[in-house]
Design a protein around this ligand. Sequence first.
Ligand code: AHR
Length: 656
Amino acid sequence: MNRLIAVAMAAVCAFGAAAADNVLTVRADRPGAQIRPTMYGLFFEDINFAADGGLYAEMIKNRSFEFPQSLMGWRSFGNVEVRDQGGPFPRNPHYVRLSPASHAHKHTGLDNEGFFGVILQKDSTYRFSVYARAVEGSPVLRVELIDPSASGRHTQVLAHCDIAVASADWHKYEAVLTPDASVAKGRLRIFLEGNGAADVEHVSLFPADTWQGRPGGLRRDLAQKLADMHPGLLRFPGGCIVEGTDLATRYQWKNTVGPVENRPLNENRWHYTFTNRFFPDYYQTGCLGFFEYFQLAEDIGAEPLPVLNVGLSCQYQNSDESAHVPVDSLQPYIDDVLDLIEFANADTTTVWGALRARMGHPAPFNLKYVAIGNEQWGEPYTRRLAPFVKAVRKAHPEIKIVGSSGPSPDGEEFDYLWPEMKKAGADLVDEHFYRNEEFFLRNATRYDGYDRKGPAVFAGEYACHGADGRGYNHFNAALMEAAFMTGLERNADIVHMATYAPLFAHVEGWQWRPDMIWFDNTRSVATSSYYVQQLFATFRGDRVLPLTDASGRPCTGQDGIFATAATDGEGGYIVKVVNTADEPRSLDLRFDGLRKRRQLGSVTCISLHADDPLRENTLDEPFAVSPVRSAHDAPAAPHEVKMTIPAKTFAVYLIK
Ligand code: AHR
């Protein structure tokens, strides 16, 4: 299919000399604003099982027995007792005691269902680990990877090992297991064997093959997709989870650093926010924590942008002022911000810099931005934000502060907050919009009239949610996003960052859609929205060039065409064109202001198109809609490129 599209598109791109009825002019001699490296980024939130059960490659659910129902995710059999005194990890006090069953032929143990199953692949290796101590006698833990359905086999067991628990003190025991068959919905099972009883805590299973090969690391395919987008920014950890349904369940970064075994569990509001998509076993272990986020940002070449709580719990869920931190009691929250800057940037003689070094990263992470608050609004926000800004400015004038414009891209709260953000001295203002097709087309001109004196804009959460019940991923939504994004790029002097949202969704565990990347336990698929983001980010360009139609106006939808032009930083040009019309459009692209002897060179076209606008990639058909690269006709004249862009197509032209 992909090949077919490639052939079709190559034919279309080569049809360059057809009658050109839209004359567009690029002023090559008038380079404008820099398109910042941070312009196109990623926003990660633990929603839709994006972290535990997703990017964080742990395969065991409730590995520390800390869920409120201590054995959620586990089945126990025989003589199993949950205890909370005397465990090895004070912030995760629960563990289980396995004692002999009542008869020599009976068994004690437990098995874990994983996240939507423990997926096991033949001949792949998995790292098992457990903390255990002998309570009496010489217990042995028999660890098995099993296929509970095992229809064609004599045994359920795909791999096993025996661990002799030799000491009465807590120790970590490790083993590598290699299943001899594959199963999608496997389980991990532990039997108590030998003589005596054992205590067991922090039962873990990871694929050996993780991103960057890090033990206890990230799922390789998912992290690779992030890297492949070439993002310039990584915003984390949310989203609404920053706020918490109440202050007790807000995201606290200090609980997400240090040894993973001792990071306390937190609730995840996406477990219950939508009862029509209810996931009672959705919690946050915090083991994809702030260290890991900074490390990921560094790995994929993105600037980290942490979002911190401003002393407000979710304002949607708490209208009463008493649910929030009183303005005169914000110091611990302000300290969280200052300490985070120390954790990320300070030298290793400081308390938090030393922790970063102990975690394996003595060099600073070079944090440059912090966002204070997520979707906050009204005076409750502005009164709280002020002391944060004052404290950060005083201690770290080099750090840029991102403020909020509320949950909507217009309306009373939005209109109140923008002037307030100016007054507060925010460097950037975060805008969120989950809107329909019409909004995205209309808002391609959104930033043309913004005050150039700042603050700058961060389009921190956006996605086209189709009208008429089309609240799912499809190519047409991605096309609308592309049209809108030409407006971001044209206004790069004032728009410095943009991130689509949400990023990830497990096909069996999502609460919100559309999303950028879908996955199951082994496979992942990039949506057409991903490819739009990827094309913008990969071919970001260096400086914006004026691009106008025959009447001298920017291309913001006339005749269905949205377009931008930029220098590529290497003497060439990048032109992005979105044809939202139902027919092809012929364009005559003229470069004004080039030196006479300058000849435009080769032209490459990369295009994204689907014949059916409601088409989307799936796990089974991951490349139904994907970018196709083809050589374009040579320039029609030294300073002129002609092209015909098919109906409903986003195309990037690289002109040497
Ligand atoms: O992206 C999903 C949610 O949308 C985010 O958590 C929140 O900031 C917004 O309301």
